[in-house]
Design a protein. Sequence first.
Length: 247
Amino acid sequence: MGRYHTVLWDVDGTLLDFIYSQRYAMTRCFQSIGRDITEEILQRYREINDGYWKRLELGEVTKAELLTGRFTSLFEEYGITGVDVEAFREEYQTTLGSVYKYTEDAPAVCRALCGKVRQYVITNGVTSTQENKLRLSGLYDLMDGVFISEQIGTPKPQKEFFDYCLKAMEASGVSVCKEELLIVGDSLTSDIKGGCLSGIPTCWYRPEDIFERDADAMADYERYRPDYEISRLSQIFDILDIEREGL
């Protein structure tokens, strides 16, 4: 076995295609209020949503404020009135958790790692939504454990989130050494920053050139530089020093 014995996987944007599920959920919810969603509105929602999640990471808003505030902000900006925001939010979360699309060959990668390294999910998503997607996708059964920030009470990248994960692993009988853990995720400000704050090695999953579309990404990259970078999930085998077995 190589240097790393445990992989802490992010979900949305890493193992599962979040943009796919988000588009599906927003389209269905807009149909429910008698409207068609445009590409412009969908893109603007992504920007507003991303902004709220980054503010949550910084402790500037609560999870409750995020869950409804992103829709309130969107509706106000586009003059959409007469919508029960709480009902819209509930339908969105339910629908978001009812559909999934794998990122590349995520299940094959996780399945090939079973028995060779321990694998855990670390996610900031809503508990019901994330558990639904993980079970439907089959990823839940491939993991040694699942850690969801809503249950923990603090989100990534806060050190408290990772402290909780480590204590829970130790409580289950797992010997934990930070140097033998590896966080794998697509977010510099959540996954990679979390590793930096907690002293855990990190691997940044970057399937596209984020620097072309995010002006702040380079500054984040310089501040929270990952230990490794991969553009394909299967490259994780090289880092873990494990044979790919056909992948």
